[in-house]
Design a protein around this ligand. Structure first.
Ligand code: HEC
Ligand code: HEC
Length: 267
C-alpha cells in the first residue's frame, strides 16, 4: 500500500489507472455478456455446402456469390431461412426476368434443395427461421378466435389484399396477390418476412397466435358457402355499384344507338 500511495502522483499513474479500469470492464463484460445469438436451426455443414453450391448456380447471378446483393437483386444477409423457404417455395425465386414484381409460379426445387438453400442463406446473418407446423397450423381455435382473426385481417391486411382476400393493385405496376388457396405455411411466412411492398409483421406486432387466427379466418372464408347470386369476386359494394353503372349505362347507350339507327332508316 505504501508503495502505491507514494507513487500516486507519478505522471504515468493516470494513464495506467485508465488502462487498468478498461481492462477490468472488458473482462467483466465478457463474463456477463449473453452468448452470440444463433438461428434456431443452423443446418448441418453438409446441407449448407449443398445449399451454397445450388445458390452459386441458381441465385448468385442476381444476389452475388455470397448473397451480398448486386445490381439485379437485393442482399440476402439477414433475410433468414423463412424468406428463402417462402420465395422459393412459392416459385417467386429464382426470378426468371427482371420486372416490377416476381410472380408466384411453379417451384423448380425439391423440398430438400429448398432446405439446403435456406440453410445456406441462414448462415449469412441471423433472420427468422422456418416456422414449424405447430406455429402455423390453426388448430383448436374457437369461433371467437376466428372472428378476432377477421378483425386483425381487416385492420392489417385488407388495405392491400381486399377485405375478402381477393387481392388488389398497388402503384407502379405492383399488386397484392389473391390469398385464396395459399397454404398456412406460406401465409405465416409472408407475415414473418414481408415480401416486397408488404410490411413485416413481426411476432411483437402480430403474435404467433394472432397469425394463426388470421390464417383460420382466411380458411373459413374459402370454405364459406356462397349466399347465392353472383359473388362478383366478393369485391364489395363499391365494385358492385360500378358493375351496375357499367351494365346499366352500357345498355342505355346501346339502346340510344339502336333508336338512332332505326330513326335514320325511318327517314
Ligand atoms: C433474375 C434475378 C434473380 C435470381 C436468379 C434470383 N433472385 Fe432472388 N430476388 C431478385 C429480386 C429482384 C428480388 C427483390 C424483388 C422481389 O422480391 O420481387 C429478390 C428477392 C429475393 C428474396 C427476398 C429478400 C427479402 O428481402 O425478403 C429472397 C429470399 C431471394 N430473392 C432468394 C433467392 C434464391 C434462393 C434464389 C435462387 C434459387 C434467387 N433468389 C434467384 C432477383 C433474383
Ligand atoms: C402494403 C400492402 C400490404 C399489406 C398491408 C399486406 N400485404 Fe400481403 N402482400 C403484399 C404484396 C405486394 C405481396 C406480393 C409480394 C411479392 O409477390 O413478392 C403480398 C403477398 C402476400 C402473400 C403471398 C401470397 C402468395 O400468393 O404467395 C401472403 C400470404 C400475404 N401477402 C398475406 C398478408 C397478410 C395475412 C397480411 C396482413 C397481416 C398482409 N399480407 C398485409 C402487400 C401487402
Amino acid at each position: 500500500m505504501r508503495f502505491l500511495s507514494s507513487r500516486r502522483r507519478h505522471p504515468a499513474a493516470k494513464g495506467l489507472l485508465l488502462v487498468l479500469a478498461l481492462f477490468t470492464m472488458g473482462a467483466l463484460y465478457s463474463l456477463v455478456a449473453p452468448a452470440a445469438q444463433v438461428s434456431a436451426d443452423p443446418g448441418t455443414s453438409q446441407q449448407v455446402a449443398k445449399g451454397k453450391a445450388l445458390f452459386a448456380v441458381g441465385c448468385a447471378s442476381c444476389h452475388g456469390l455470397n448473397g451480398e446483393g448486386g445490381s439485379q437483386g437485393p442482399s440476402l444477409v439477414g433475410v433468414g431461412a423463412a424468406a428463402v423457404d417462402f420465395q422459393v417455395g412459392t416459385g417467386r425465386m429464382p426470378m426468371s426476368r427482371p420486372g416490377a414484381q416476381a410472380p408466384r409460379k411453379e417451384n423448380r426445387y425439391t423440398d430438400e434443395e429448398i432446405a439446403a438453400l435456406a440453410a445456406f442463406v441462414a448462415t449469412l446473418g441471423p433472420g427468422p427461421a422456418i416456422p414449424t407446423p405447430d406455429q402455423y397450423e390453426p388448430k383448436g381455435l374457437s369461433s371467437e378466435d376466428i372472428a378476432r382473426g377477421g378483425e386483425l385481417f381487416r385492420t392489417n391486411c385488407s388495405a392491400c389484399h381486399n377485405f375478402a382476400g381477393a387481392g388488389g393493385a398497388l402503384p407502379n405496376g405492383k399488386y397484392a396477390p389473391s390469398l385464396e388457396g395459399v397454404s398456412s405455411k406460406h401465409l405465416y411466412q409472408a407475415m414473418l418476412t414481408g415480401p416486397q411492398q408488404m410490411p413485416v409483421f413481426s411476432d411483437e406486432v402480430i403474435t404467433p397466435k394472432d397469425k394463426r387466427e388470421i390464417i383460420a379466418y382466411l380458411q373459413t372464408l374459402e370454405t364459406r358457402p356462397s349466399q347465392g347470386g353472383l359473388t362478383l369476386g366478393g369485391l364489395g359494394p363499391v365494385a358492385e355499384g360500378f358493375w351496375a353503372w357499367v351494365l346499366g349505362l352500357g345498355s342505355l347507350v346501346g339502346f340510344a344507338i339502336w333508336i338512332a339507327a332505326k330513326g335514320a332508316r325511318a327517314r
